[in-house]
Write a protein that binds this ligand. Structure first.
Ligand code: XMP
Length: 513
């Protein structure tokens, strides 16, 4: 495997994705929490950083642990760090370099740069530059502004590059990463969905043995893939719970339950709609709603877990809680600017209640989202489940502004169903990262036939995004919007107006609450 040491760059996860795309396993570790460098580690990549190596409080590491022993590639800050600690000099650039640049000199004989053409476009993002490199360093690439765009320490396997090969704007970046990971480090390209499935199932059997596991399914990609993996490992000893919180999409509960049963999962559906509506009565504040939905879920899940336990023979216990946690949730982030303010309390749903005292098993906690989908496909999971848009834990609860009632949920479910069906039929569903309808509890005047109406508004939202952190609104065709609006107003009682949300994130968020 490859170890990526993170100095807090916004691109660190991208480096990992690029390495994984080569079917090579890698892990990200924070610079201040070094892993052990045993024989399985074939190489180290040092990330960039918002810090300058010249700052007194800049991140420091003990290079001795791996430098000179296994191949090392420093990217940006990483390259400057190695140069500075080997006797070179790093100084502020006279011109700050951000964006595209071209390599005017490339030593194509060097193992790192094989196949990188002269004039290759690279992506720069740095305020410092390596002014001169110490003896023994060979400059292997330059741009017109940056002489030390890449270096190699002679007779060693240490390399540094000033640009960012992991971003797509560095057009030959993947070739460079491949040169390092495959040719210099000698990694095998055997990290594929099939080998992942095989080794994970074996590891799960070894870990869980004959114990029983309980898992909450949400209908989403992650929990579904986690469940199928566990099911293949331990069969009926996996007990799945699927809760209808009354805030799911139209017919979602029945359909999802059905397809899980089809997949052979040992699953129990629990209708807790009324319980959630009861708990949510009178609550209008979005964060309060999230907390109440999260707490109610834990109560319902806890009862279900106890019921499962009751049905098991004496002496057989549920010992594990299965979760669909994925890699981006567990990467220990390098906090460079202190804890960020809570904008919305995400991921509060499905937390582990302390009193359940279960051990946690997370079969997907080394995978990125796209890898989860690939593993899901290799497991034969329905593409309809794998291709699902993200859906928030609190569900329609945060798409009904203000107080939630069964009546409003019913209206929103119908409008949302028309919207999503039209997106699917027109081929737009897969071009959109996330879409949904929002119920606005404001009434406006309309006219239907000869009658004046005074009804609610539905807002439609469709966004493009990579990870939900930033998002752009999608330019759906007017004809499609016209068709959806017509259908909603004609078929959904209680709605006489439809609007389209044309805000991007930031400054808006994806959900309205
Ligand atoms: P925002 O609204 O913050 O949403 O732009 C970004 C992504 O997060 C999802 N989201 C949630 N997911 N619990 C969740 O599990 C929540 O409370 C929650 N709030 C927002 C949202 O659907 C989008 O994908």
């Amino acid at each position: 495997k490859i170890i990526i040491l993170d100095f807090g760059s916004q691109y660190t996860q991208l480096i990992a994705r690029r390495v994984r795309e080569l079917n090579v396993y890698c892990e990200i570790h924070p610079f201040n929490h070094l892993p052990s460098f045993d024989a399985s580690v074939k190489g180290v990549i040092l990330s960039g950083s918002p810090y300058s190596v010249r700052q007194a409080d800049a991140p420091q590491i003990d290079l001795q642990q791996f430098h000179g022993k296994i191949p090392v590639l420093g990217v940006c800050y990483g390259a400057q760090y190695i140069a500075q600690h080997s006797g070179g000099e790093v100084s502020p650039s006279e011109i700050r370099e951000y964006g595209r640049a071209n390599l005017l000199f490339v030593n194509q004989e060097n193992a790192l740069l094989k196949g990188i053409p002269l004039d290759a476009q690279v992506w720069m993002s740095h305020g410092d530059t390596i002014k001169y490199v110490p003896e023994g360093f060979e400059i292997i690439a330059s741009t017109d502004k940056v002489q030390v765009a890449a270096y190699h320490i002679k007779d060693s396997q240490t390399y540094g590059i000033q640009f960012h090969p992991e971003v797509t704007h560095s057009l030959d970046g993947q070739q460079l990463i491949k040169n390092f990971v495959i040719h210099i480090c000698g990694c095998q390209q055997d990290w594929t969905p099939d080998t992942f499935i095989e080794t994970t199932i074996a590891a799960l059997r070894e870990l869980v043995k004959n114990d029983h596991v309980i898992l909450a399914l949400s209908g989403g990609v992650d929990s579904s893939v986690a469940a199928v993996l566990l099911h293949q490992a331990i069969g009926k000893n996996l007990h799945c719970i699927f809760v209808d919180n009354g805030l799911l999409r139209k017919h979602e509960f029945e359909q999802v339950l059905d397809s899980y049963k089809h997949m052979g999962l040992n699953i129990k559906g629990i209708d807790a709609k009324e319980r959630f509506y009861g708990q949510l009565k009178g609550i209008t504040d979005p964060e309060r709603k999230r907390k109440v939905i999260g707490a109610s879920f834990i109560d319902v899940f806890d009862e279900a877990a106890h019921a499962v336990q009751q049905e098991l023979p004496a002496g057989v216990e549920v010992k594990w809680l299965g979760q669909g946690t994925i890699y981006p949730d567990v990467i220990e982030s390098v906090s460079v600017k202190g804890p960020s303010a809570t904008i919305k309390s995400h991921h509060n749903v499905g937390g582990l209640p302390d009193f359940m005292k279960l051990k946690v098993v997370e079969p997907l906690n080394t995978l990125f989202k796209d890898e989860v989908r690939r593993v899901g496909a290799a497991l034969g999971i329905d593409p309809l489940i794998l291709g699902r848009h993200p859906f928030p834990g609190p569900g329609l609860g945060i798409r009904i502004l203000g107080e939630i009632t069964a009546e409003k949920v019913h209206i929103l479910q119908q409008a949302d169903d028309i919207y999503i069906r039209n997106l699917r039929e027109s081929g737009w569903y897969n071009k959109v990262w996330q879409a949904g309808a929002i119920f606005l509890p404001v009434q406006s005047v309309g006219v239907m036939g000869d009658e004046r109406t005074y009804e609610y508004v539905i807002a439609l939202r469709a966004v493009g995004s990579l990870d939900g952190m930033t998002a752009d609104w999608i330019h759906l065709p007017y004809e499609l919007l016209a068709k959806i609006s017509n259908e909603i107003i004609n078929h959904v009682k209680g709605i006489n107006r439809v609007v389209y949300d044309i805000s991007s994130k930031p400054p808006a968020t994806i959900e309205w609450e």
